[in-house]
Ligand binder design. Structure first.
Ligand SMILES: *Cc1c(COP(=O)(O)O)cnc(C)c1O
Length: 351
């Protein structure tokens, strides 16, 4: 029987052995021996913040150039969102802006690898370490990316991956949290497991257990984990296609008038979830592509414009520049050689 059918007919569909096996194999892929699974990336981020010691009223330094879940999770933890500005060359946090945003009340730094381009981890991690502040990476866009010759997932105290429908790898929904903090990882993982299941220690006899902290219903189930286990067998070719297309566009679009490519540190190797370009007159560019049957989008609204984050508003000139010019063109596994030639050709004709 195919694995999914097998698990469905087994009757054992909630959290069990396949979840544990999926956490282990996922960890091998992202270079972290300690991975906790969740039903969504947002739940994993909420857990990361609480496990990192973020308490209500604390400040978390973060970016507005991301999907809403990054920053909604900070509100779930009861903390205050503090925006740091981004590098207009790629939309990722700038190290200097993070340094400037840190205060006495900062208890975590949230880093997003926008579009799959690794953020300047060395600089940000050094700044955080100097103040004893943990770093949480939102790597929802960066599964398969690398930094300093190691997979994203192996660097920071916490690294979250999303398995939502449109990510590099999907289980329909799901989230994974790599936990790399050295001090007492066993206790950390036990707390994480309690956090994702009503505060209950599942290993203890149910009537003897004492629930001492608030927990949620955030765990993954065997059906989701089975989808993940099957996908892991094929994921390298999927990510490989994103990367091959991205690198091809890096060359093909190098000298196009009115268009700038993103730039990043040499030690960073993107996994090209998006292919982001910076263009003059974005509306015309987008209409030109649409007229030739090519989709393009901005994908995200800068989060500082939402009223739920109104009290965090501040000047972000780097983001202003990036947000005015950025647009994403297709570069995923569904783009074949012929299609990418066509996309580049249409762009080179001008808009
Ligand atoms: C998809 C995504 C998440 C998490 O999303 P879930 O749907 O909860 O898995 C978080 N951050 C970013 C940047 C994302 O794109």
């Amino acid at each position: 029987m195919p694995p999914l059918e097998e698990i469905l007919y087994s009757g054992q569909i909630s959290e069990g052995a396949p979840v544990v096996e999926f956490e282990r194999r996922f960890g091998v892929f992202v270079g972290s021996p300690h991975v906790l699974s969740f039903y969504s990336g947002t739940a994993a981020l909420h857990a990361a913040l609480v496990l990192a010691g973020v308490r209500p009223g604390d400040e978390v330094v973060t970016t507005a150039m991301t999907a809403e879940p990054t920053n909604m999770a900070i509100l779930h933890a009861g903390a205050t969102v503090v925006w740091a500005d981004v590098d207009p060359a790629n939309g990722n946090l700038s190290t200097q802006a993070v340094v400037d945003a840190i205060t006495e009340r900062t208890s975590a730094i949230m880093v997003v690898h926008y579009g799959g381009i690794p953020a300047p981890l060395a600089g940000i991690r050094a700044a955080a370490a100097a103040r004893g502040i943990p770093v949480i990476e939102d790597a929802a866009h960066a599964f398969g990316a690398r930094y300093d010759d190691r997979p994203i997932g192996s660097h920071s105290e916490f690294v979250m991956f999303s398995l939502q429908a449109i990510k590099h790898m999907t289980t329909v929904d799901g989230g994974m949290l790599a936990c790399n903090s050295a001090a007492d990882v066993g206790k950390l993982l036990a707390n994480g497991r309690k956090f994702r299941w009503f505060g209950i220690d599942r290993d203890a006899p149910r009537t003897e257990v004492d629930v001492a902290s608030v927990g949620y219903k955030y765990h993954m189930n065997n059906v989701t984990a089975t989808l993940g286990l099957v996908q892991l067998d094929h994921i390298e070719s999927v990510i490989g296609r994103h990367i091959a297309n991205g690198r091809w566009f890096d060359q093909a679009l190098e000298n196009v008038a009115g268009l700038k490519l993103c730039r990043w540190e040499r030690r960073a190797e993107p996994s090209y979830w998006f292919y982001t370009v910076l263009v003059d007159d974005r509306e015309k560019f987008s209409r030109h592509l649409a007229a030739h049957g090519i989709a393009s989008s901005q994908a995200h609204k800068r989060n500082d414009l939402h009223s739920v984050f109104a009290s965090s508003r501040c000047k972000l000139p780097g983001l202003d520049t990036f947000y005015e010019q950025m647009i994403h063109i297709p570069c995923g596994w569904w783009v074949d050689d012929q299609r990418r030639e066509y996309i580049a050709d249409v762009i080179r004709r001008g808009w």
